[in-house]
Design a protein around this ligand. Structure first.
Ligand SMILES: [Zn+2]
Length: 121
């Protein structure tokens, strides 16, 4: 959803402010690198099928690189899932279930992985 700032004059609180947009892009790039490295290591150890592995963490136990740099509310977040390219639909990580009974946000990373965030309110 676009912001409501006056004529592209984003306030420092606006998430579309250029500095925040830059930080968000840097964070997405870092998350992409982390996931590519993780998958390369897993495939070296476990073979091709490791490319289809979905990762899931409790919010506060996720690696720092997956901190929610561009999502409004972290307090009510329960789960973070990282879904690799090629897996289109993950029913259990959808809205309304145990993963995110009240909300699910999704961020697509530059390398095609998708991060899903599950909220309990
Ligand atoms: Zn704005």
């Amino acid at each position: 959803m676009p912001c409501t700032c006056y004529e592209d004059q984003h306030t420092e609180w606006c998430w579309e402010h250029p500095l925040k947009a830059k930080a968000r892009q840097d964070a997405r790039d870092a998350a992409s690198v982390w996931l590519d490295n993780w998958r390369d290591n897993m495939m070296a150890a476990c073979g091709e099928k490791a490319a289809n592995t979905i990762l899931v963490w409790q919010h506060y136990k996720a690696p720092e690189v997956f901190e929610t740099w561009d999502l409004a509310s972290q307090d009510d977040m329960d789960w973070i899932a990282a879904i690799p390219p090629g897996i289109d639909y993950v029913a259990w990580a959808d809205y309304g279930g145990g993963f995110g009974c009240c909300d699910v946000e999704e961020v697509e990373l530059p390398n095609g992985w998708r991060l899903r965030y599950g909220y309990h309110s």
